[in-house]
Design a protein around this ligand. Structure first.
Ligand SMILES: NC(=O)C1=CN([C@@H]2O[C@H](COP(=O)(O)OP(=O)(O)OC[C@H]3O[C@@H](n4cnc5c(N)ncnc54)[C@H](OP(=O)(O)O)[C@@H]3O)[C@@H](O)[C@H]2O)C=CC1
Ligand SMILES: O=C(O)[C@@H]1CCC=N1
Length: 277
């Protein structure tokens, strides 16, 4: 038994994020025939047709995905959101709307949807594709307890879910999880480059770097020690790790990471301002 049993879920947009969430839903047992994907390109629609899902040509009949749906997931770029939702907003009839768009506030989304307010804002990330996602959720006051459960179930199929009760915190969620897989990939890329510069071949360097990131993350999740304590346990006095960590500290890597996250959060805030014009 799941709150999603027999619920019809429509995705507006079928790109990276929609695909990631849909993979989680299907892996968790949701019948693909209850999923509809609306997208303008035939190529995208074909991909979902092959997986036994319903598809809608967004350029021909944008309302078809919304009519009869229980949950509508908005998974298009923030820059096209107003135009896209404007094509079906008047067909909404008590559905739960979940937006995964970066930056766009629930007030702005409600404005784009002609005053509709059953909105949950979600900030997932691409590891949702392998059910290892981390998603932040925020709901308007109009959201019922049942709709809250539905929203949780839609993203829980793809990994961890954290609700925030202050919408402003969604910018921080974007900085620490939504965009953050990119920082982790950047870190892996840099580690591999570093190991290659030290003479190791790329394949071996990649395998070691990725396994180390995975192992460290799992250890941090399962240990009673804080990450700082775990770091100290790797760091023998006057040893190799101390040399590496001191080099990072001298280069203020921690401060640089915080600055990058601030840039991410600032951009998230700016998106709502830009799209409200
Ligand atoms: N990528 C990420 O890591 C994350 C993204 N997000 C958010 O998810 C949203 C989608 O991003 P992402 O999946 O990466 O983007 P993609 O470019 O991969 O996907 C965008 C989708 O929108 C579709 N689309 C464009 N116009 C329309 C229309 N008129 N009607 C219906 N669908 C349309 C496109 O269709 P077609 O394929 O036919 O061109 C495409 O499938 C963004 O708002 C982003 O902020 C949130 C968290 C993480
Ligand atoms: O880069 C972006 O804007 C989107 C939102 C979070 C991850 N990707």
């Amino acid at each position: 038994m799941s709150v999603l049993d027999n619920k019809k879920i429509s995705f507006i947009g079928g790109g990276n994020m929609a695909q990631a969430l849909i993979s989680g839903l299907v892996s968790s047992g949701v019948n693909p025939e209850l999923i509809t994907v609306s997208a303008p390109s035939k190529e995208t629609r074909d991909q979902y047709d092959k997986q036994q899902m319903n598809t809608v040509d967004a350029s021909e009949n944008p309302k078809a995905a919304v009519i009869g749906a229980d949950i509508v997931v908005l998974a298009v770029k923030p820059q096209v959101m107003r135009q896209v939702v404007g094509e079906f907003a008047d067909a909404l009839d008590n559905q739960l709307v979940i937006s995964v768009a970066a930056g766009l506030s629930t007030d702005l989304l409600s404005d784009m949807l002609g005053g509709y307010s059953n909105i949950v804002r979600a900030m997932p990330n691409t590891p949702s594709m392998i059910q290892m996602g981390a998603t932040g959720l925020y709901g308007t006051d109009a959201i019922s307890a049942e709709q809250k459960q539905l929203a949780t179930a839609v993203v829980e199929a793809s990994g961890l879910v954290i609700w925030v009760d202050d919408e402003a915190h969604m910018h921080a969620v974007t900085a620490v999880s939504g965009s953050a897989p990119a920082y982790m990939f950047y870190f892996i890329e840099s580690m591999v480059d570093g190991a290659v510069a030290l003479g190791l071949d790329k394949e071996k360097a990649s395998a070691l770097a990725m396994q180390t990131m995975l192992g460290a993350a799992k250890m941090a999740m399962n240990s009673d020690d804080t990450p700082a304590e775990l770091r100290r346990k790797v760091t023998s006095p006057k040893g190799t790790t101390q040399a590496a960590v001191e080099s990072m500290q001298a280069n203020e890597i921690g401060r640089q990471i915080s600055e990058a996250m601030k840039a991410c959060s600032d951009r998230s805030q700016a998106l709502s301002e830009e799209m409200s014009k």
